[in-house]
Design a protein around this ligand. Sequence first.
Ligand code: WT7
Length: 651
Amino acid sequence: MADIESLLKETRVFKPGREFSRKANWNKKTISEYRKLGEKNPERFWKKMALENVSWFTKPKKSLEWKAPTAKWFADGRVNVSYNCLDRHIEGKNAWRKNKAAIIWEGEPGDTRVITYKQLHREVCKFANVLKSLGVKRGDRVALYMPLIPELAIAMLSCTRIGAPHSIVFGGFSSEALRDRLDDAGAKVVVTADGGYRRGAPLPLKPAVDAALEGSTSVEKVVVVGRSRASVPMRWQRDFWWDDLMKVASPDCPPAKLPAEHPLFILYTSGTTGKPKGILHTTGGYLTHVATTSKAIFDLKEDDTYWCTADIGWITGHSYVIYGILANGATTLMYEGVPTHPEPDRWWDIIERWGVTIFYTAPTAIRTFIRLGEEHPKKHDLSSLRLLGTVGEPINPEAWTWYNRVIGKKNCPIVDTWWQTETGGIMISPLPGAVSTKPGSATLPFPGINPEIYTEEGEPADPPSGGFLVVRRPWPGMLRGIWGDKKRFKETYWGNYPNTYFTGDGAHRDKEGYFWIMGRVDDVMNISGHRIGTMEVESALVSHETVAESAVVGRPDEITGTAIVAFVTPKAGTNVDATLKKTLTKHVAREIGPIAKPADIRFTEALPKTRSGKIMRRLLRDLAAGKETVGDTSTLEDLNVLARLRESDED
Ligand code: WT7
């Protein structure tokens, strides 16, 4: 609540710079035209974008076909994502781009690689042939469990070339989490690496793959990139080195002419129940959405060096490290490691050395750097920067101001972009040449996107107002389903209001129609801009032999936005001490991954429950935030006294 109040007290307005506006890809005139068309006829607007920003083998005549909750966009069109990201930049009128850097990559130890469009095209064709030689057919799922190295980009694009949906699993997830995702997607091939670099040391990945494949599995082949040169056991006829396969692969692989609704990828994200959801995206609509928003919001130009710091294991990396950026023929920078290695100025050093012009990152990173001190960015010449962006969580005005002053030198527009794994691309954001910004607000919907604030009863609320954030009309990048679970898809997103997409976020809209996102209204926590379900952590905890019951809540955290606090009822006879805390923390890391580790575990005789047996989460949240105290929290607490006191006002 305090956060909301401080956001809503923010009254500063920052106008776009005149020079920036004049040169912007989308100027004021275009934007007002697009806004009008987007409001009057979003389907016509998006069709126009599809024809302008995407190259089709067969141009679509259709735009949207909609029977809630099933959407089809440009369904009669034929298209290929890798063609749009590669081939069209090395042939025809754009052939000059063949020697342009598609990817600038920097490893954590300081090794670098620059890959031109022509080179990337060749590698992608070769690896597409490798996948075929391993038996991958159109529609087969390929899992990618990799560090942030160019081979990940190559593997993604190769999958799209042959119509094999990829399922990228963030390298920070444990073997257990990987196994769940491999099983759910029914993956046929896994591409991984021996390891990647993190905090100065190689972090092994292949052993997690081996563990995940124990017992029965759909996976037939494993491809291993040699990155860290750690010694890894290779299983005969199942595991192959990337280099060995690439050596003999042909560089000739025509792109598959896929129907626009062909599955492009699955990406797992947390929900309110224990099991992550495989969010399904398809080809033509998604590509239209990410290519258009990249051009308009990041204002990508031929001579830009664009850097989005996200890992490709998250949707931000899919849409705005790779697909949207390469579709525009721009240069994308990838950095493998942690922001503060070997020194706290690593990121600023990268910006200076490569002359980064557009920089897209998360509020949690900005807050970390504020704490580390201004002297680190000040050591570097950041004058190449011309546009800044944020994503993942609401940005507090203090962080916004610091970003503007210390990194942008008050000379760069900031685009605060609201979107989700499910939306595929950016939905609410300033257009940098035309929209005035207010620190903490994602500002206005992108043309052709129809977000709205609904009351609990499902009534649209006119601004100024607060309530639930919904999207009233389908958009091209929207998810097409949850892999293998139609019912859950319907219930989660389309069950609250008829014909209307429910985001799970609360938001406020001010009198000028600006959106201020207030965070999740469901049992999903936003940890450093990544979603973790409370249920997911609870399931991990109760799977440990010492735990009888657990309830997990979020507490506000200065750096990560939210930190995880777990209340645990141990089984009778369990020795409750600091060791148990450590054991359980490790257990959660093993079950899910280090990002899900509780910042605090508190043991209680019993969880506080209402008479009807519902866990009193609000009470737990207050306890976690330190608003209410119950004496010594180092051993077993008795929360039921508090529960009885509070019971009347809960429910
Ligand atoms: C949730 C989606 C989309 C890429 C990263 C996260 C929160 C995202 C913003 C923003 C306020 C934001 C929302 C959303 N969120 N961007 N600019 N301002 N909140 O993707 O893991 O699917 O999480 O992140 O709560 O629902 P994700």
